[in-house]
Design a protein around this ligand. Structure first.
Ligand SMILES: CC(C)(COP(=O)(O)OP(=O)(O)OC[C@H]1O[C@@H](n2cnc3c(N)ncnc32)[C@H](O)[C@@H]1OP(=O)(O)O)[C@@H](O)C(=O)NCCC(=O)NCCS
Length: 314
């Protein structure tokens, strides 16, 4: 099968298949765990029973008829592509977006890639002396993301398949309430969907990071925490109370000047994170919380939300 054939059978642009071929080259892939071990592993990764059942049903056993040659090629080369960047901290797409309504192999191809890389990334964590608790808390973002994608009827996945390559490469660590991303001289902060972010929980996570990075990555020198998010949009202050967790989080940061188009479209991202839908019309979105009402009213009045970047010293 040549690359044109693979692209045609996958129904994706040939450039994307060529990219996988180019980045993966003939580098090593990684084998999946045995299917018999899958339920325990998925449980450890916080994958909910409905998602776990689908993933086990589509398991890429050598004789599975679900796994056509082009799907096997993509799983193998996509896993090699991510593995080749072990330790990397840049945003990395593992491969083309697939039509995910064609069955569990299509739907979860990049999940199988993530599972195949577990041994590799846990080995990387061990080499850096990272405790098991941090390793598994970090990797269990898989289950959280699958559950969110299910709530979003599949709309969330295209971003998640790239997001999760950070975890699979050792680029990101969940320390208490926040996820911390390595890179440059700033630790990038991410806020998982895990209930309110109280100032105390944020303080504790920052303190943990202040010890974690010098200990486990002594060659990297961090001077700041940074964040890029819809959460840092100062327009939220017009709507949310001063003592809300979001506004208190904002107050930690010195904002960089707003540069339009520098980052994702915040009008889309607020829908993703506050409504878990990208396609519901504005007038049908729920108005249950103060944030939801703020987002809807601002957009309905013709306003836009902004993706903002901020930093503060470690
Ligand atoms: C970041 C997050 C933890 C903040 O939640 P929080 O600690 O409850 O925030 P606040 O105290 O400022 O909330 C103020 C109000 O907005 C509501 N609210 C906050 N986040 C909300 C969300 N994601 N969806 C709907 N409502 C939300 C709260 O319920 C509260 O409403 P109320 O006053 O009617 O009770 C929460 O938004 C979340 O989990 N987001 C998803 C992950 C995310 O956005 N990460 C950043 C990606 S760039």
């Amino acid at each position: 099968m040549d690359l044109d054939d693979i692209a045609a059978r996958l129904g994706v642009p040939v450039e994307e298949v060529e990219r996988v071929h180019r980045l993966a080259g003939d580098r090593p892939s990684a084998p999946l765990p045995a299917r018999a071990d899958a339920p325990a592993i998925l449980d450890r990764l916080a994958v909910r029973p409905d998602d776990a059942a689908e993933i086990v049903a589509g398991w890429p056993d050598p004789d599975s008829p679900l796994w056509t040659p082009e799907l096997r090629w993509l799983l193998d080369r996509s896993t090699a592509l991510v593995r080749a960047d072990l330790g990397g901290v840049e945003w990395l797409s593992p491969g083309p977006e697939l039509p995910r309504d064609r069955g569990p192999a299509w739907r979860h191809l990049y999940v199988y890639g993530y599972l195949a890389l577990l041994d590799v990334v846990t080995g990387y964590h061990r080499d850096h002396g990272i405790a098991d608790g941090v390793t598994w808390a970090t990797l269990a973002d898989l289950g959280r993301n699958l559950a969110i994608d299910r709530r979003m009827h599949g709309e969330g996945w295209p971003v998640m398949q790239s997001w999760l390559t950070l975890h699979a490469r050792g680029g990101l660590y969940e320390l208490g309430r926040l996820q911390h991303e390595r890179g440059g001289t700033a630790i990038g902060l991410h806020i998982p969907d895990a209930g309110p972010m109280t100032p105390a929980a944020v303080d504790a996570s920052l303190d943990e990071a202040r010890e974690f990075f010098p200990r486990h990555f002594p060659d990297e020198h961090y001077t700041e925490f940074s964040c890029g998010s819809w959460l840092l949009d100062p327009q939220l202050r017009d709507y949310l109370p001063e003592d809300s967790n979001i506004i208190r989080f904002q107050r930690r940061f010195a904002l960089q000047p707003h540069v339009p188009q520098d980052g994702p479209d915040a009008d889309v991202e607020v829908r993703r994170f506050a409504f878990r839908t990208l396609s519901t019309p504005l007038d049908q979105l729920p108005r249950r919380t103060g944030l939801q009402r703020a987002i809807i009213d601002h957009l309905a009045a013709g306003g836009h939300w902004h993706w903002r970047h901020g930093r503060f010293p470690i």
